[in-house]
Design a protein around this ligand. Sequence first.
Ligand code: ADP
Ligand code: ZN
Ligand code: ZN
Length: 733
Amino acid sequence: MSQTIFNIALDVPLNRIFDYLSGGFVARVGNRVVVPFAGRNLVGVVLSIAETSNYPIEKLKPVSHVFDDVVFDNETFKLLKFCADYYHYPFGQALISTLPLRLRQIKPAVSRKQFAYQLVAHADIAQLPARKVLMRRIIMALQASPILTEAELALISSGWRKAILELKNLGLVTAQEEVAIKASMPTSSIEPQLNNEQISAINSVLALTHNFKPWLLHGITGSGKTEVYIQILQKILSEKNAQILVLVPEINLTPQLEARFRNRLSQYPLVTLHSNLSESERLQNWLAASTGAARIVIGTRLSVFTPMPNLKMMVMDEEHDGSYKQQDGMRYHARDVAMVRAKQLNIPIVLGSATPSLETWFNATKGHNVQKQQYGLLSLKQRAVENAALPNIFCIDTAKSPTENGLSPLLANALRERLKRGEQSLLFINRRGYAPVLHCNACQWVAPCMRCSARLVVHLSQKRLKCHHCGHEQKIPLQCPSCGNADLHPTGQATQRLTQTLENLFPTARIARVDRDSMRNKDALTDLLTKVHNQEIDILVGTQMLAKGHDFPHLTLVGVIDTDSALYSPDFRASERLFAQLMQVSGRAGRADKAGEVLIQTAFPQHALFHALISQDYVSFANELLQERQVMQFPPTSYFALLRAEANDYAQVQQFLNLAGNLARVISNQVMIYDPVRPQMERLKGLERGQLLLQANNRGALQRLLKAWMPQLRELPIVAKIRWSLDIDPLEF
Ligand code: ADP
Ligand code: ZN
Ligand code: ZN
């Protein structure tokens, strides 16, 4: 008798596929199923259906349920298979971890349709009796904002459902599915006249839309990259059913980008995918993408795996951004995954940045084949808006103009001038809290975190010390635990202290602080940006949260407080990162018709990085860094993999890494295997850490070693006593 066998992927740390009997259920490839596994029930996905198994049939168990709610396609399976192999991560875990939480749970994915509501053209509030208070409020809200979603209505009153039903029955409001209604919203923005560089970029991309082709769109902030994406996508989307995927680093930091896409591509249903969504929104949006109903998906790194049956192009904005790299589980880089996906689908992909990653710059300039295809380089060299000059960048030598409470007199004067002229300023300081260190002047004690190799940061407003690495918190001690001295000093600068200094210096100025502490609330940033636009803020103090693509038309001064530690950091990527960050934050100054000025406080004004920044010369700087990398045999001219381990006791970490290193040396002589070392952060969350670096001049050799090596590592008895992970193409060391 022939049997039906389902080959199933499960979320278990074993790199294999599991066979189950159909148990009389009917399933399609790509369906979710529930199966018994080691005494539990697990959600799995049917990868294929067979009539035979390599296991004895009588030992196979039947599946206990089939959900016919989602269907993965083979394209997504293939992409995940590639990633599981390349990152040496169990396929089933890779697959299940890309699903919205609701689809990882053992219940059907009832995707309740989300509706949005509109007033009918001549709805008259006078038709309603005065006692229908809630219904009247809803009508007034709809008069103020033409469309309200369920979530927005819920903010008005928890009784909204009943009220809206009554309004519908009275013929006063209409309901439509939310994806559809948002797409039909009236558009207000106008299309600018493109400049020649933009036209040529758009034409180049559109000349080759049915092939795999990676493009780098290199252009400073404000050079019109987003406009280029939009006009390319307009064309692509005009093809029947075509879908596009736009990847962004952190969507909640760039609400303006989403708004522009919604406005300009308003006839196409658009959904977003990111971690700020509720689980039901996320499921809804994922399903809309995977059925093809959503034509545009804007999402963060994980969305690169979203099934999209008619995907015709991908765009990755700010492609250099470190948040595209996943730092736990399967440590993928969304840029690399997107590239593989584009190749697999034979579609174009546009990477955009003012400061491309050296990996991308290398690919785009060295005539090097990536996935057997040459990158195209598209450059936008000017700011798009007429009259918008590039900002003037200067270094303030802190040896000559010493800082007081973090501010040099030159920077303080520049702020004063902006206040007089009614213009806005931004101070960039990449450290939150009040002060980075609590210090005893008598014995030089500094408050350490007991669980990490890090100092505790002073949060004065809450009178607490906090570790920014493990979350540990404690009260600020009244006296030095080491010598009893009662005179402890917060030392160094951070956002809260700088804000306080400014408040003392400019008592009438309206100052706002932007960091993870002040922006905990989901809408806090959007509210603040609105205030900035309405010129209700004079000075912004903030971390890199502020550096991302916000348009501040009245901002004419950017001050950079202290980035010197990054100039001489042991991390070989530190200067690449710092340059990108400073370019980005400089781009905030002078976006409209007012010239901007950027003042950088530093003790090293002669540093090459500042020279490149002042002349806005990414190209020379990148080429110089590339040369250094080549000499040092660092990525992108060589390939790294990092084996990390941690345990209560460093001896065990060391023993594991030594064994691992020895095994690797036996497998390959084409890969350089370094000795185990401790990372900069030796202890984290109470665990002692170590790492082993592997370096190779070609990817193939490294991959071959890893493939033989990983199963051996899993078999080492010591792995039971430690935690370990493998990071391919690591970004952080
Ligand atoms: P980027 O994405 O490179 O930062 P944007 O596309 O956001 O640049 O463009 C910056 C500003 O210039 C936006 O307000 C945009 O509407 C405007 N803009 C873009 N292209 C043009 C153009 N050709 N002429 C006039 N304004 C333009
Ligand atoms: Zn002391
Ligand atoms: Zn800690």
